[in-house]
Design a protein around this ligand. Structure first.
Ligand SMILES: CC(C)(COP(=O)(O)OP(=O)(O)OC[C@H]1O[C@@H](n2cnc3c(N)ncnc32)[C@H](O)[C@@H]1OP(=O)(O)O)[C@@H](O)C(=O)NCCC(=O)NCCS
Length: 408
């Protein structure tokens, strides 16, 4: 299909691991031509998996769909020259290398702007490049610890980090939206620009709801409430076990903390405990009084859940207007056909030359006028001929020479 919103835009992708690669994958899904620059022979570090050397890691497959791969040794003078030529032909350059690495290579914003005055130069780092931590490296847990999240997650006596890379993927997606904004700005005002997004800063913004209890409680540091409601002491709000009581057999139930909500009364009807309704039982009269007497309310819920698995419990409760979510694992999602439906495609099956058919998550938003197509991650250097030959006009002999000199 040719209706891709970003078709016609070309991105020089110097990203690695998760944070940067998720940014450029988002741009690629939306139709940009993404040229993933990788070291010759080894490729991007994220391709490699210790368990299976020589085969692309699953992590690489999931973060690099719809891209083209070219090899280039940026530290080789001939390789560097190729990058300079590509900067001239691209709209955007994206990188998430360690602090100072792009400067050491000589690919600064200033130099790229000289080569291409309207370039959009996007960087993703652990910390703000104009703050005191600018020279510090960072992986996801560093950003979630320094960006509020972990201080609000876990048990009162022990902070616990999140099991997925919220800071990596989240900052990547935030950088992608910022790049699209910069492209729109360029179209309106005719100028390129530099865009920086730090993982710590992204996490501070993502943690914004924590400022409500902070001020409401007189500016004391936030508490950790395990699976409880972090903003206020209310009940029910917990992750309850259900049949058949395995590792992931849980359902989370949360009734609104706002006065006047009928959700608790609805729950009492469903679980066969009308004696616990707000107007009948003084201990259960408000979300806060239920928290003070949460053993009563939690035990009633647990008793009912003994008879149901998480999917059935979620269906029954939600159909009675009680917010409830089954705890769904990667396995639950991968094996449920609803996510693969043609008009949904939250999960997609791609064919990979080394791995065969692999089922992976796709792009969440749905557009009425745009369809997202999915292609598997590229083979290392799979687009060298197309890009160096076609786009930069190099001959087969020149390409062979560059290869011999270990530039590509
Ligand atoms: C994630 C991080 C800590 C990893 O650190 P690292 O493993 O030491 O890797 P770096 O990015 O610092 O270094 C990569 C090196 O490969 C080099 N490199 C990358 N692509 C290259 C290419 N095509 N050709 C030649 N060299 C290349 C870089 O120039 C750099 O060399 P240098 O160390 O001499 O400067 C660091 O990259 C970082 O802080 N990135 C920003 C934050 C971030 O994105 N974190 C989350 C990642 S999911």
């Amino acid at each position: 299909m040719s209706n891709k919103p970003l078709s016609g835009y070309r991105v020089l992708d110097m990203t690695q691991f998760e944070a940067g690669t998720v940014c450029t994958e988002t741009l690629a899904w939306l139709g940009a031509e993404v040229l993933k620059v990788e070291r010759p022979v080894k490729g991007e570090l994220g391709r490699y998996s210790q368990a299976e050397p020589g085969v692309d890691s699953y992590g690489f497959l999931v973060m690099n769909m719809n891209k083209k791969s070219i090899t280039c040794n940026a530290k080789n003078p001939e390789g560097f020259k190729l990058l300079e030529e590509l900067v001239k032909k691209c709209d955007v350059i994206v990188e998430n290398m360690g602090p100072g690495s792009m400067d050491k290579l000589g690919l600064t914003y200033e130099h790229c702007k000289e080569l291409n005055p309207k370039i959009i130069y996007a960087s993703l780092k652990g910390f703000a490049q104009n703050g005191p931590y600018k020279d510090y490296p960072a992986f996801d847990p560093i950003a979630t610890h320094t960006g509020v999240m972990v201080s609000a997650t876990g048990l009162p006596e022990r902070p616990i980090k999140c099991g997925i890379s919220v800071a990596d993927s989240g900052t990547g997606i935030m950088l992608a939206t910022s790049i699209i904004t910069a492209l729109l700005h360029r179209e309106r005002y005719g100028v390129g620009q530099r865009v920086d997004c730090a993982m710590q800063d992204f996490m501070i913004g993502l943690s914004r709801s924590q400022w409500e209890p902070y001020y409401a409680n007189g500016c004391v540091p936030n508490r950790r409430v395990a699976n409880g409601m972090p903003l206020e002491d209310v009940a029910p709000s917990d992750t309850y076990p259900c049949k058949p009581f395995g590792t992931n057999d849980y359902v989370h139930i949360y009734c609104s903390r706002h006065p006047g909500s009928k959700q608790w009364d609805n729950l009492c009807d469903v679980i066969g405990r009308p004696d616990l309704k707000q107007d009948v039982c003084p201990e259960m009269a408000t979300p806060r009084s239920r928290f003070a007497n949460r053993e009563i309310c939690d035990n009633a819920i647990k008793d009912w859940l003994k008879n149901y698995d998480k999917f059935t419990a979620m269906d029954i409760l939600c159909k009675a207007d009680i917010p409830a979510g089954a705890l769904l694992s990667v396995d639950d999602i991968t094996n449920d056909p609803q996510y693969y439906a043609q008009d949904r495609k939250m999960m997609v099956e791609i064919e990979h030359p080394q791995r065969g058919k692999v089922r992976l998550p796709g792009f969440a938003p749905r557009f009425s006028e745009v369809e997202i197509d999915y292609e598997c991650s590229p083979e290392l250097g799979g687009s060298n001929e197309e890009i160096y030959g076609g786009l930069l006009g190099l001959s087969a002999e020149q390409l062979a020479e560059l290869k011999e000199h270990k530039a590509i």
